[in-house]
Design a binder for this molecule. Structure first.
Ligand SMILES: [Ca+2]
Length: 406
């Protein structure tokens, strides 16, 4: 991944914005230049054919983009509400509503305190499927430790949104990653409800060598995916010796997750330089970090022993070298791009693009990139009409609607 030094920026006035003008940057990459770049890590061999650098996916879909809202301070997560508006987080700590016409609300009151340093802050937002009745949402965030000043870890809270949309009521923290560390990196943390109504929370390993070395330990939440009930009761793999909410282990920094049409969880994971991964994490399995990985450390030295495979450790379905710095993931199912149904769409911070993976069974058969140069794509979502929504990570971040060009 690309290190993200972005310091918190002072809050400032924002203007509601709706830009009708459509900017068009749009086609599948005409040349395969992204696929011809040199690898970050030389001399590594994929475990199977097609595990990296899949052929360019074919297709003639042309895209239009329109800025729905701008002036967002490093927006991180979004989810639609039943009335066509969206909830959007800003990493510096604000939760806002973006109306269907693009009008940006004032910050919603009642958001938990967040530690907005480095990669930390207010992160994902998830709207309950029964929101129209329950008004329920969940938030993830970098939570400052109450007992150890300077330390933090990923927290998840649930709340209900007041009828006027201005306040969170009944805010209750339902999960806190253990232990806390004095780090401003690798918080995860996407929130996904599965078909049993359980909540997946993706986490990170906090980046520093000391916590990283514990990503294989069974007695913590470092480098884990966890699964809990909507109120925080453990619903993990049930593996002997593991914490009861842990689903899978050996992850580096998982900033995107989604269910596929069969209800299975997929994730993309920020790897080291040359090791971003697509995984389909299964209950009780070990995804290898930091024992095995593709890529290398930022200074060019190997991670651990520099090995990419070992018995008992899962291979990624796909990996990127050079990296795209993946954040935001959907498995597309919508009316606007029917030829993409079942495809994986990933946002790229470093790639500054929307990345599409064409699946053949559970293997990647092709890769395509769109909207190259649009900015650091932090999140990807599908709107009710099948159009896509993107968030760009910047001081003046944007929410961008992506439609089919006619
Ligand atoms: Ca892995």
């Amino acid at each position: 991944m690309t290190p993200q030094p972005d310091p918190p920026v002072p809050s400032r006035g924002r203007t509601a914005a709706l830009f009708a003008a459509s900017v068009l940057l749009a086609t599948p990459a005409c040349a395969q230049d992204w696929n011809d770049e040199g690898a970050n890590a030389d001399g590594q061999t994929p475990a199977f054919q097609g595990q990296t650098r899949a052929p360019e996916a074919q297709g003639s879909v042309q895209l239009d983009t329109a800025v729905v809202a701008d002036g967002l301070d490093h927006p991180w997560g979004m989810d639609p509400l039943p009335d066509g508006s969206w909830l959007v987080t800003e990493r510096s700590g604000a939760l806002r509503m973006v109306a269907a016409d693009g009008t940006l609300s004032e910050p919603i009151a009642g958001v938990p305190q967040v530690d907005a340093r480095g990669q930390g802050g207010l992160l994902d937002v998830l709207v309950a499927p029964d929101f129209a009745q329950s008004r329920r949402i969940w938030l993830s965030y970098a939570a400052p430790s109450a007992t150890e000043p300077g330390k933090n870890s990923t927290g998840v809270a649930t709340a209900t949104l007041s009828q006027d949309g201005r306040t969170l009521d009944g805010v209750t923290e339902i999960f806190r990653q253990q232990p806390a560390w004095a780090s401003d990196k690798h918080f995860g943390s996407r929130l996904v409800l599965d078909r049993d109504g359980m909540l997946f929370v993706t986490l990170g390993e906090r980046s520093d060598p000391e916590p990283r070395a514990t990503a294989q330990n069974d007695d913590n939440h470092i480098g884990k995916l966890v699964r809990i009930s909507p109120d925080g009761k453990p619903a993990g793999a049930g593996t002997a010796g593991w914490l009861p909410d842990v689903w899978s282990k050996g992850h580096r920094n998982v900033q995107a997750a989604a269910l596929d049409g069969e209800g299975r969880l997929w994730t993309v994971e920020m790897g080291p330089q040359g090791g971003d991964e697509l995984n389909q994490p299964q209950k009780g399995l070990n995804y290898g970090w930091p024992i095995i990985t593709y890529g290398e450390d930022y200074d060019g030295t190997p991670i651990g022993e520099g090995i990419t495979a070992q018995d008992g450790l899962e291979q990624p379905v796909y990996y990127w070298d050079p990296v795209i710095a993946p954040s935001g993931l959907v498995i597309y199912d919508g009316a606007m791009f029917p030829e993409w149904n079942g495809d994986i769409l990933v946002g790229g911070l470093a790639a500054q693009a929307l990345v599409r993976l064409d699946l053949d069974g559970d293997r990647v058969a092709g890769e395509a990139r769109y909207l190259e140069g649009i900015g650091r794509v932090r999140d990807v979502a599908v709107a009710a009409d099948g159009s896509l929504m993107l968030l760009t990570d910047a001081d003046n971040g944007q929410m961008v609607r992506v439609t089919r060009a006619e």
